[in-house]
Design a binder for this molecule. Sequence first.
Ligand SMILES: *Cc1c(COP(=O)(O)O)cnc(C)c1O
Length: 504
Amino acid sequence: MNSRRHTDSGMSAPVEHVKLAGPAQGSDQSAVTSYQSTRGQSSPHPFATILLEGLAPDGGLYVPDHYPQIGHELEQWRNLSHAELAYEIIRRFAPDIPVPDLQAIVERTYTPARFGHPDITPITTLEPGLHLLGLSHGPTGAFKDHALQLLAELYEYELARSGGELNILGATSGDTGSAAEEAMRGRANIRVFMLSPHGRMSPFQRAQMYGIDDPHIHNLAIEGNFDQCQAIVKAIARDLDFKRTNHIGSVNSINWARIAAQVVYYVTAYLSVTQGSGQPVSFAVPSGNFGNLCAGHIARQMGLPIRQLILATNENNVLDEFFRTGVYRPRPSAETVATSSPSMDISKASNLERFVFDLVGRDPAQVRELWGQLSTTGQFDLSKTSDWQHLSEFGIVSGTSTHADRIATIRSTWERYGVEIDPHTAAGMSVGSRYRDPDVPLICLETALPVKFAATIVEALGRPPARPARFAGIEDRPQHVTVLPANAEQVKAFIQATIGQTEE
Ligand SMILES: *Cc1c(COP(=O)(O)O)cnc(C)c1O
């Protein structure tokens, strides 16, 4: 376990002090040409091919052949709009999309109308050196809109180009489902079948999802819990015949395009709080599936001067345990505890494999060995390996927040700054404050609107959260949902019947 190849194929070694990457050999040369699996046993593909795929055929996750460097161009981007900057980032990952097409896609995606704010991702300075990055101004009030709105445009574009159709199948306990449905509604050749646990979502979340009135959006409330919903999705994904004939696809958090889209706001946030070249910043990131933090890691690998990426978990602290001890031990879903930050109630971090791939020097054989151990023994331990000695070079530190920490942080943020934050954002701020360095600006990612988690806000502030006008009265809209038993065959039958109907 000691072959280190961090400097292969144009990837620069992570650096402790801030150093911008040397001049690239012309920006287009630095673009990603293909994607490979973290387990190294699937053939490389261009962006357009992996866009519509989930896992690589060998069970790994797709990663770019190298991380394009943005070093010296960064300073030239200070006056770009959000959409222009998104173009600069995404084109480096998707050189197979023609320039005018990609420009049109990002211009359509990142508009003030869609994201409810002229800056798209506004920065609020709470006090000198402490900032909140507003990622929850999109249609569903959660940061997942940033990736899913782009994904919907990219999917529609690819399907138009290839002449295909897509039936997206997913399971949700809240935020992902509504962000996906809101993004995919009204899109040509795309239908959504979203499974949710019957009677287990908040009234607000139900209203957000089931209130969508679109002939191609199908809410299936399953008589079971979230794990049963996910088990059904997995069972259907294993039925390759069914998958192929019915053009089943997914939008889950391991999708590479979602990660790439999230790199964009790390760069815009950096430019908002710094004045000059090379000045470092740190980010605090409320984490569950490691998607958001993975995007920060990639931004740092691309040369963005990030000192620390501060990972915050709630009581479900599998990721904090990994970064503190080197032991990755996903919990059985029955051990996942329900917390006041439900979108972080995750006991298996799907995207972690991408980071571990980099940590072990991009050696797919080691990733295969580790995930093999994981499937036989339920865990792996990196603490005794030489790779673990290099962890600090990646700038990731971590901590766990408790319910009491989150309540106290919601309260103190309101009292000190007059700003309402939701319990996920509070987890990030709480852990972020433990690592704060007075000389380095700290940017806390705001991942959801407080209105989505009213009960916790009442507990912290003694009153309900502010409700933005666009969410007024959503509980009164008619709801569209079909209740089904927790049975994969019945879900398949529903999908087939629906597809058959609309084709006639
Ligand atoms: C999904 C989600 C998270 C966790 O993000 P990951 O990318 O899964 O780590 C945190 N907060 C909110 C509000 C979310 O919806």
